[in-house]
Design a protein around this ligand. Structure first.
Ligand code: ADP
Ligand code: MG
Length: 729
């Protein structure tokens, strides 16, 4: 068979599951063996060096050069004992991927070869990074950027087929100190949250001296056979299918959801989970998702910086391991039109050094008041900065998912569930404007005391909210599956930090005027409940009524990325970022520009692939089939058939001609639109032009191609069809 698609299907059908044997059936036997964790550090570091690292992790203390030398030495010995010959500074540049630059431990010292790793090499590196996006910062100021060790995330070992590398998590900054990556601003936001939250905690519990945000990431993804991909350049290059008619049996039956996991997929999962465990990634659940060939995995939550690193690492790992199983992982938010997309639910909360979850109610009125404080402040923060939250999840790929009918809409709203909605409503009623009487105080206290310690988890009752409270944490569900969650988490932690600072100021202000502490807290909280009411929504977020209702409430609904990104550089956001020392205005403007550029690039690539595929793959197939039809008509005429007998064929020929000429014409218009857009120099204007004048052609061209798919002989169709792509064998 010459058709590449059929060869691919044959290859896929012949596949057998790859046998995977984990080092032990007990995960605890090998969990974290590839991580320079506490145990490894205790074994390989002198006491003073160990103490220095722990102080850096726990209190953010800087590590001095002498200590860095000792730590580097221990780290090298540990890594060598595990078979590493190279090390790399591992970082997360704004490309959205992870980056590495490998160096050997090997050095020449006095003409002799030795293995060496200095504190300098550990602490700082200068990757040749001129091609990482910098939004003009590095061009304007300094040509180079450097990576700097982040001791709060432990070093780990990445294994590949023919070697092991010690990876050192780092931040990436320009020589003038501007951040050029995802991690640095996240660390700053976490620091700001820690400070602000601890101050508020002091109202309730003097023992709380440290607050850290926690994150558990549910990662959705699709698997596709690697052979089938060879016939789908669109999927291979852009991560999504640009064409494809919906399969006859899509997800209507929903039989895939929580169904049994196919053998080949099971092997893949076992394999990547094993690798993840070695790296200390605490994966906990795996299951099928709603769409055919869609799956999900989730770890146990961790301190946020670690959780973000682990998610980035996990995405790398999945891709690497998938190729061993002849799969490709599709992390794109919308690989297939008409079939559910993928998200990355960010489960977020705050924990304290005393072991308390600040978003979990306690057993006393006092601990419940603390819970309400953090709970209501989070709601207020999201209300105040809803547009920034929307911006934090904006990307070309997530645009295909947000607002589509099986994902949270582009409107930011908060779901609380009946129980807590009731409690907030009561608070609003019960706390008076005036000074509280003793009776009122007692009643209120009793009421707050009534909050059950274990709240119902509403997760399954409302899956349509982009930001939902689920018992003891908020779940930011609008984050895209391919995103680095730092962006969303940096924004969330920043706005909550800022909100807590405002709260503290307001409460202190009232207390200075002689209002008692609890009463002051309740008064401010009540005002927040009233202020932020419009963002609370308990109904079906996917419905058209909600779109109308949200509009009435004055909530924004920004559908596309170029406009959504404006919120990063609004006056309000710039002030927020500067006040909390997350970004200066130059950094945020640069970042904004990078995001717009990324958006443009993604659309440029899609437009090119679309043109190529349409003209060089689809049209030739359609024309070949048309020739067959024409020959058929001719032979029918030759044997004396009347024209009414060949009407169907002639109609089909006409139909094909219609689509072919439309595809050709629209492909040319697309190229024109691209040229025009490319001439625009302002990057925001250019992104909008791509969005408004280039992108609409995608759907138009696609529609003609999908119709051709229904006409052209199946044997001639050159690219794998949806039903083939989503079938896992
Ligand atoms: P589901 O949402 O499927 O019901 P869970 O609620 O148990 O499952 O957990 C979903 C994710 O939320 C997991 O990664 C879990 O570890 C995480 N999670 C649970 N508690 C917290 C918390 N306090 N902070 C952050 N994430 C949490
Ligand atoms: Mg969940």
């Amino acid at each position: 068979m010459s058709n590449i698609r059929f060869r691919a299907i044959e290859t896929r059908t012949a596949r057998q599951p790859v046998k995977v044997i984990p080092p032990s059936t007990k995960v605890s036997d090998y969990f974290g063996t590839h991580v320079f964790n506490k145990e490894a550090m205790q074994k390989f570091l002198p006491k003073e060096a160990y103490k220095a690292v722990m102080a850096a992790i726990e209190q953010g203390e800087p590590v001095d050069r002498k200590m860095a030398d000792l730590i580097a030495l221990g780290m090298k010995d540990w890594a060598s004992s595990k078979g590493c010959s190279h090390y790399t500074h591992w970082f997360q540049p704004l490309t959205g991927l992870t980056a590495e630059k490998h160096d050997s431990f090997f050095e020449i010292n006095d003409g002799k070869a030795v293995e060496h790793f200095s504190g300098n090499a550990l602490a700082q590196q200068e990757p040749d990074a001129s091609s990482f996006p910098s939004g003009g910062i590095r061009n304007t100021f300094e040509a180079r950027g450097y990576t700097a060790w982040d001791p709060s995330s432990p070093a780990f070992i990445m294994e590949s087929a023919s070697g092991k590398t010690l990876c050192i998590p780092t931040i990436f900054v320009s020589y003038t100190g501007e951040t050029l990556d995802y991690k640095a601003p996240l660390l700053k936001a976490l620091h700001a949250l820690d400070k602000a939250a601890v101050e508020v905690c002091q109202y309730f519990d003097k023992d709380i001296t440290k607050v850290f945000a926690t994150l558990g990431v549910e990662q959705e993804y699709f698997l596709v056979d690697a052979a089938l991909l060879t016939s789908r350049p669109d999927l291979m290059i852009t991560g999504r299918t640009l064409f494809g008619h919906s399969p006859a049996k899509g997800q209507q039956l929903e039989d895939h959801y929580f169904g049994s996991i196919p053998d080949r997929v099971y092997s893949f999962m076992l394999d990547f989970e094993t690798e993840a465990y070695k790296l200390g990634i605490p994966l906990k659940t795996r299951h099928n998702e709603v769409a055919p060939s869609q799956f999900e995995c989730a770890p146990v939550f961790e301190e946020i910086n670690l959780a973000v690193d682990h998610n980035a690492l996990l995405m790398d790992l999945m891709e690497k391991v998938a190729s061993r199983h002849n799969f490709r992982v599709l992390l794109h938010e919308k690989p297939y039109a008409g079939i559910n997309g993928s998200g990355k639910h960010n489960n977020w909360s705050m924990g304290t050094n005393t072991g308390k979850n600040l978003l979990s109610p306690g057993s006393t009125p006092k601990s419940n008041l603390m819970f309400l404080t953090f709970f209501i402040n989070t709601i207020k923060a999201v209300f105040e900065h809803a547009d920034l939250m929307r911006a934090s999840i904006a990307s070309a790929s997530n645009d295909h998912r947000l607002g589509a009918n099986e994902a949270p809409p582009a409107i930011v709203s908060i779901f609380l569930g009946q129980q807590l909605t009731g409690i907030l409503d009561e608070l609003e009623e019960m706390v008076p404007e005036k000074k509280m009487t003793a009776d009122e105080k007692t009643a209120l206290k009793l009421n707050i005391g009534k909050i059950p310690e274990i709240l119902l988890d509403n997760t399954d009752r409302n899956r349509t909210s982009p930001f939902a409270f689920t018992g003891n944490k908020f779940e930011f569900r609008a984050v895209g599956s391919s995103a680095n969650c730092s962006n969303a988490m940096m924004v969330l932690n920043t706005i909550v930090a800022s909100q807590l600072r405002h709260f503290k100021k307001e409460v202190d202000g009232l207390m200075d005027k002689g209002v008692k502490k609890d009463e002051a807290i309740l008064k401010v909280l009540r005002q927040y409940i009233i202020d932020s009411k419009s963002i609370r929504f308990e109904g079906n977020g996917y419905s058209d009524e909600w779109v109308k209702e949200a509009k009435r409430r004055g909530l924004s609904n920004v559908h596309t990325t170029p406009q959504a990104l404006d919120a990063y550089v609004s006056r309000k956001s710039t002030k927020l970022f500067e006040e909390l020392d997350i970004f200066n205005h130059r950094e945020i403007e640069a970042r904004h520009e990078i995001m717009l550029e990324t958006y443009i690039k993604k659309l440029q690539i899609e437009a090119r692939v679309m043109g190529d595929l349409a003209i060089n793959h689809i049209l030739p197939a359609a024309l070949r089939y048309q020739t067959i039809l024409a020959n058929n008509v001719r032979s029918m005429n030759d044997i004396g058939m009347k024209s009414d007998m060949t009407m169907t064929q002639v109609d089909m020929i006409k139909e094909i001609t219609g689509h072919v000429s439309q595809i050709r014409g629209k492909a040319e218009e697309l190229i024109d639109a691209r040229r025009k857009a490319n001439r625009i120099t302002d990057v925001r204007e250019k992104a909008i032009a791509y969005c408004d004048t280039v992108k609409p052609y995608f759907d138009i061209i696609r529609d003609h191609i999908d119709r051709l798919e229904m006409i052209v002989d199946d044997e001639m169709w050159p690219i794998a069809k949806y039903r083939e792509l989503v079938t896992i064998r």
